[in-house]
Design a protein around this ligand. Structure first.
Ligand SMILES: Nc1ncnc2c1ncn2[C@@H]1O[C@H](COP(=O)(O)OP(=O)(O)OP(=O)(O)O)[C@@H](O)[C@H]1O
Ligand SMILES: [Mg+2]
Length: 399
């Protein structure tokens, strides 16, 4: 290829890849929820699993009748995620033990991070967020912050997001007064197909944040002032801590100013690792990075992580080699520093990701793919989410 042909080929590739994204958005962002997805629907059996307090078909029907929720569509029994939350709220308000309804006043901030690409950070972040948002009985208020300008979590959780929407980078690069900042912050929060799950999305523009940090440092230096980039993200999380129970931050796979800031604002660190030799190596590099940089973060006022846990991600259930590597990882880290649950490599996870979903965005009854594979993935996901909830409620006890 000569220079012109090379240029033409690159132009062609850029155009056809952009077209795939547009096609995908047209197909997967046409639903009835604010983020363009369809609200998850539940049949009666699934609704009873989501709300164990309802106990019987008759009781759940009666509660639906009392709340004015339609559930009969011909011969089909169906309610959607909004209605599930309404029914959960009804039962929660009836609880005798008022302490169960008491909300913590401060969100637990959980960073999903490791300086390695493609290990399942985003899959973990979106699975935990939608999983904890749809836990049986409970209604946790959850916020996801997508700190990765690749926008993977954003496009999975908010498939209909627009390029000009206010991103997390826009907020971190904002130097307006507190009132104007608050207006921008409120605008940046995107609603999803779970009434109790919101997202602050990322944007291509967020890649400029490192340059912004350098220019702010230079300007501060000239003026004899101090500028600390970590505080840009803290301004956002401080403003939101009282509005959510859990804030989950998905991070980029490399060392950036925003990635370091995520450590600074977080209470918990979850490190997904694939059970392969290469990922094992890079997990080691990350541990050494943490051990060298924590002094700086501590100096700036970090109060210490309440938990730091490795999570074995995308493990094949049929591979002895992967089982051995996972075992090696667990031994090296120590059991107390690892999740007992792991995320299996699953066709359902891939199939859901293709549709810009997670395994908790959809019920088995409405899934077009292999139902058994979704059921298994949801079972494994639920074990992880339960462990995650335990970690959060343990930390809430300290508040
Ligand atoms: N348990 C799983 N089973 C099957 N596929 C998975 C699983 N976890 C992740 N994947 C797939 O692997 C790929 C990488 O996952 P993901 O995007 O979550 O990794 P990441 O660490 O966030 O990557 P990056 O560093 O680029 O942000 C995706 O295509 C995702 O759908
Ligand atoms: Mg990612």
């Amino acid at each position: 290829m000569n220079q012109t042909q090379t240029q033409e080929k690159f132009d062609y590739l850029a155009k056809s890849f952009a077209a795939i994204t547009v096609d995908d958005i047209e197909v997967y962002a046409n639903g009835d929820a604010p983020n363009g997805k369809y609200y998850r629907t539940y049949n009666q059996r699934e609704a009873l699993a989501a709300i164990p307090e309802a106990r019987t078909n008759r009781i759940i029907n009666k509660v639906c009748d009392d709340l004015g929720i339609q559930y009969k569509y011909g011969n089909t029994w169906r309610v959607n995620q909004l209605e599930i939350n309404q029914i959960k709220e009804f039962f929660n308000s009836k609880r005798k033990d008022a302490s169960q309804n008491k909300k913590p006043t401060q969100a637990q901030i959980v960073m999903i991070g490791i300086l390695k690409g493609g290990v399942g950070k985003t899959a973990t972040a979106t699975m935990l967020a939608t999983g904890i948002a749809s836990l049986p009985s409970k209604i946790y208020k959850v916020l996801v912050i997508d700190l990765d300008p690749q926008k993977t979590a954003s496009s999975q959780l908010v498939p209909n997001m627009k390029a000009n929407e206010i991103s997390i980078g826009d907020l971190m690069m904002d130097d307006s007064d507190d009132d104007t900042f608050k207006i921008k912050l409120d605008k940046s929060i995107k609603k999803t197909n779970f009434p109790n799950l919101d997202v602050i999305t990322s944007s291509d523009r967020d890649r400029q944040y490192d340059i912004y940090v350098r220019s702010m440092e230079q300007a501060a230096d000239k003026a004899g002032k101090e500028y600390n980039s970590y505080k840009d993200l803290k301004r956002v999380t401080d403003a939101l801590k009282s509005r959510y129970d859990i804030i989950i931050i998905d991070t980029p796979p490399h060392f950036t100013a925003s990635n370091t800031a995520a450590h600074y604002v977080s209470d918990h660190l979850i490190m997904p690792v694939k059970p392969s030799e290469y990922d094992w190596d890079s997990a080691g590099v990350y541990m050494s990075f943490l051990s060298r940089t924590y002094g700086v973060i501590k100096y700036l006022g970090h109060q210490g992580f309440k938990s730091t846990k490795l999570l074995i991600s995308s493990i094949s259930v049929n591979s002895n080699a992967e089982a051995r590597t996972a075992h090696k990882l667990r031994l090296a880290a120590g059991i107390e520093n690892c999740f007992t649950a792991s995320i299996p490599r699953s066709d359902a996870i891939i199939s859901c990701a293709e549709q810009r979903c997670t395994i908790f965005d959809i019920s088995v009854s409405e899934f077009d793919g292999t139902k058994k594979s979704l059921m298994k993935a949801q079972e494994a996901g639920a074990a992880l989410v339960n462990e995650f909830e335990f970690m959060i409620s343990d930390a809430n006890k300290e508040l």
